[in-house]
Design a protein. Structure first.
Length: 456
């Protein structure tokens, strides 16, 4: 009678009371493999909930739980060193997090060590931006740096526009992360250059977007900027989808004609003339869009420039488009109401947003082009022409970038109401190398900041 036993890799063959020991066949392990979900990662000094990297590992012949993943600094440890990298998880996919030690760039070597003494490595290029005020309230939206407008889509998510492209990006508002999904409507809009999206608002499932309508920074007319368009929203939260609706490409022309017919009060013809930069006190640049109280037809266009009248200490300007729904749905020529002039302490409209109760917040900032150090403030308004807005908060100006978008308006009657704002970091030197964020080579290093503020 024969009986075979497998014990610790040794086969014991029992035959007629004798034991013959036969060596088991040696296990051959393949070379481990390692893959990173991204080769470029951005964090922030003091950042809370910074982005992580998924590390996928495998080795033929081995239980994946027996593989170990580690990381070491291979260049500038003053930015992030070996001890600043944490790897969690034990399965095929591990999560790697980096705690920034200082501002700048460094390369990290990520290594998987398998059985049989075999290993494999990958390089993770890491960039860390400077610390900001109240880092616990800050989240970083990567993939673009020039965020310019945002619309809440429910479930803790927002769609964000970028004024350097026609790409709309869906983000989780609570996380520092890359976009969940993106949409580029350039082909449907019939453009190859940026629309320079600067304002957005939502009525039901329709989201309205507007370009700046102004010249480019060199004072040249670029037709794509004279575009307003709609998208149709379906789903919500992480499942949000957008579909292209319709566009209108003559709103700037309509505004100039209207102002001429009313004595050139706001200087729109002069502000749109060849050679005129848009971001000057008497320039022409739209940055806000929101519907009037209780209306789904009349929308306010909020101007970064001009001030009204265009002198220091002038008032911010809103122009009502009384048939804005028809402008987009049927291409009707725009009809305007009287300009609304608001005292925002010499500042202009950078965004305007209301809630379901018709409580408005106006994000006020400078009309100037290089304005990162200029003041910003939030004003509450009831949306009624002739009624004065009230300042609710001053915003910090020492952090990189300029405040550019309001995600949604909370109930402003509640004490301690908090609002989330997003920056345009396009001209910011995020990593201390003198390179503006919009010119960074890797989109993973481009980012805007979303931050929460409590209203006084």
């Amino acid at each position: 009678m024969k009986k075979q036993l497998g014990i610790a890799g040794i086969a014991a063959l029992v035959v007629a009371g004798t034991v013959t020991v036969v060596p088991a066949q040696a296990v051959t392990y393949g070379t481990p493999t390692i893959a990173l979900s991204t080769s470029y990662l951005s964090g922030a000094v003091g950042g809370v909930g910074d982005q992580t990297v998924a590390v996928t590992v495998a080795q033929s012949g081995a239980d994946v739980s027996a593989l170990t993943v580690s990381a070491s600094a291979s260049s500038k440890a003053s930015v992030a060193g070996t001890g600043d990298v944490t790897v969690t998880g034990s399965g095929a996919v591990r999560q790697l997090a980096v705690t920034a030690r200082g501002r700048g760039y460094t390369d990290l070597t990520v290594k998987v060590t398998g059985l049989g003494g075999k290993s494999a490595t990958r390089t993770l290029s890491y960039a860390a931006s400077a610390a900001v005020r109240n880092p616990s309230d800050a989240r970083y939206l990567s993939g673009a740096s020039d965020s310019s407008a945002a619309v809440d889509v429910g479930g803790g998510y927002t769609v964000v526009a970028d004024d350097e492209s026609n790409v709309l990006r869906l983000y989780d508002r609570a996380r520092s992360a890359a976009p969940v999904r993106t949409w580029d409507f350039s082909s449907q809009l019939g453009v190859t250059k940026e629309v320079d999206i600067e304002g957005a608002t939502r009525i039901g499932d329709t989201v309205y977007w507007t370009g700046s309508l102004g010249n480019n920074k060199d004072g040249e007319y670029k037709a794509p900027r004279n575009t307003v368009f709609t998208t149709t929203l379906s789903g919500s939260g992480a499942s949000t989808q957008l579909a292209y609706g319709r566009s209108y490409k003559q709103l700037r022309d309509d505004l100039v004609a209207w102002d001429k017919a009313n004595g050139n009060r706001y200087g729109f013809a002069a502000g749109t003339a060849a050679g005129e930069a848009p971001k000057q006190i008497d320039g022409f640049n739209v940055e806000g869009l929101e519907f009037a109280p209780g209306s789904t037809t009349t929308a306010y266009l909020g101007f970064r420039a001009p001030l009204a009248p265009a002198v220091p200490g002038g008032k911010a300007l809103l122009v009502p488009v009384t048939n804005f729904d028809k402008v987009l749905s049927s291409g009707a020529k725009a009809v305007f109401g009287s300009g609304v002039e608001l005292d925002l302490g010499g500042l202009a409209v950078r965004d305007i947003r209301k809630n379901a109760a018709d409580q408005y917040l106006i994000l006020a900032g400078s009309w100037a082009a290089d304005d990162n150090s200029d003041p910003y403030a939030l004003y509450q308004w009831d949306g009624v022409p002739g009624h004065a807005p009230v300042k609710r908060a001053d915003l910090p100006t020492t952090d990189p970038g300029g405040w550019e978008a309001i995600v949604e308006v909370p109930d402003l009657s509640l004490p301690g109401a908090r609002v989330q704002l997003i920056t345009d970091n396009g001209s910011a030197d995020l990593y201390g190398d003198g390179v503006e964020a919009k010119d960074l080579t890797h989109p993973e290093w481009k980012k805007s900041r979303a931050a929460w503020f409590t209203l006084n």
